[in-house]
Design a protein. Structure first.
Length: 416
């Protein structure tokens, strides 16, 4: 838990049990608060279970309760006898299967109702496994084995860096290459659709949830595309304001209303404000996500990449007024810039916090450029270069042109 999560904990402290249950059921309102609350509830239940088990152990030693054994149940309920061992074995197996099915169904029912508990349990188990592995490694490993582990880790880091550099160099080009030729080697069925009127461009990126990374590609159209868009037969006059009463009666879903960023102290949280009901408006799905190159060329398979599914089925907010669409684009750019600057600032604060653990560094202030030193020009150059890297527009232009081909209309440079 960090200092940015404290306002959410304060928010939960003022709520009742019913409000806390609703917070877990709707984690998109306060995601970190819901996750922390789920972890607290799991730890509370585990501590209660351990306390009850210890208490039951004490009571069981004092008072023993007569229970009917499996053989007695088999004889009383199923008209069995002591000689019928085969049917008794089947009876015990059916009892075990029924107990396991009951536990499995109950566990799945709770997970379907409250998925946040499952996420919090996975986080707790992951932290515990990491702690347990560290204790085992430090306790049982000899100095010779520890040296071998360090050598193996260093070699893995070296090979992983070499692999990453190889994949990085594959897409390290800018506005070069014929998109039709590249796409013909990846997906020939779509290469024939790229004509001069679309002015299409192909962009390559590295991604994936495992290492080594996967090369993904996506087709962008720079020209005009014939689409109904806002001219489709929709009734745009039915837009009405969703009042607070409707929001409280019907459970809100992710994406309803307008998402805003609210600052509480030094923390930022996403909040959903009351929006307009746009149920009958035009909905737009591009169905043009990031698709892997390897599944088409290197290893054809029938499995669908999860990143492809997530990026292809992502709906886009499309307003019927062009002015509103332009304002939405400007707001999105400002929000991305704010998030980027915020990340740089938070990384700088974390670096200073780690350095401030030393009292000597706290007492000594960070010096600026020392103009009395002979290498003051190098210090000034480093500061200027660092300031130039804070240009967000230059960063976006550099990122959008990385790994891109030329458009179909562009003429490839002649090699002489």
């Amino acid at each position: 838990m960090t200092s940015h999560d404290i306002p959410e904990i304060w928010y939960m402290a003022d709520r009742g049990n019913l409000s806390l249950c609703n917070l877990v059921k709707r984690p998109w309102d306060y995601p970190m608060g819901a996750q922390h609350l789920a972890a607290i509830v799991i730890q509370k239940r585990v501590r209660g279970l351990l306390a009850r088990l210890s208490l039951q152990g004490l009571l069981r030693s004092r008072k023993k309760k007569m229970k009917m054994g499996l053989m007695h149940r088999f004889i009383a309920l199923h008209n069995g006898n002591f000689e019928d061992k085969e049917h008794f074995r089947h009876f015990c197996a059916s009892r075990l299967q029924a107990w396991y099915k009951m536990k499995n169904v109950r566990w799945r029912y709770h997970l379907d109702r409250h998925p946040m508990y499952h996420i919090a349990a996975m986080q707790i188990q992951y932290k515990w496994r990491m702690f347990f592995q560290r204790t085992l490694v430090h306790g049982d490993v000899t100095p010779r084995e520890r040296a071998v582990i360090r050598i193996q880790a260093a070699w893995r880091c070296y090979t992983n860096r070499r692999i990453y550099r190889y994949y990085r160099d594959l897409i390290n080009f800018r506005n070069s290459g014929d998109p039709m030729v590249m796409l013909r080697a990846i997906n020939p069925s779509e290469a024939s659709l790229l004509d001069a009127s679309t002015n299409a461009q192909v962009r390559f990126r590295l991604g994936g949830s495992a290492f080594p990374p996967t090369i993904y590609y996506k087709i962008f159209t720079r020209g005009a595309v014939c689409d109904m868009n806002a001219f489709s037969p929709k009734d745009y006059t039915t837009a009405r304001q969703i009042g607070p009463r409707n929001v409280n009666i019907r459970p809100s879903r992710p994406g309803v209303g307008v998402t805003k960023i609210i600052r509480v102290g030094n923390a930022y949280y996403g909040a959903t404000q009351c929006g307009t009901n746009t149920g009958g408006w035009y909905r737009r799905w591009d169905n043009n996500g990031w698709r892997p190159v390897t599944s088409k060329v290197i290893a054809p398979t029938t499995d669908i990449d999860p990143i492809t599914v997530a990026t292809a089925n992502r709906p886009r907010a499309y307003h019927h007024l062009r002015v509103v669409r332009q304002q939405q684009v400007i707001r999105q750019r400002k929000e991305k810039k704010r998030q980027w600057m915020k990340q740089l600032y938070m990384d700088h604060l974390q670096g200073k916090a780690s350095d401030n653990n030393n009292t000597d560094i706290v007492a000594a202030a960070e010096p600026a450029i020392d103009f009395d030193s002979p290498d003051w020009e190098a210090q000034a150059t480093d500061m200027f270069n660092w300031a130039d890297k804070l240009d967000f527009d230059d960063y976006v232009a550099n990122w959008t042109t990385l790994g891109t081909t030329t458009t179909v209309q562009d003429e490839l440079p002649l090699v002489t």
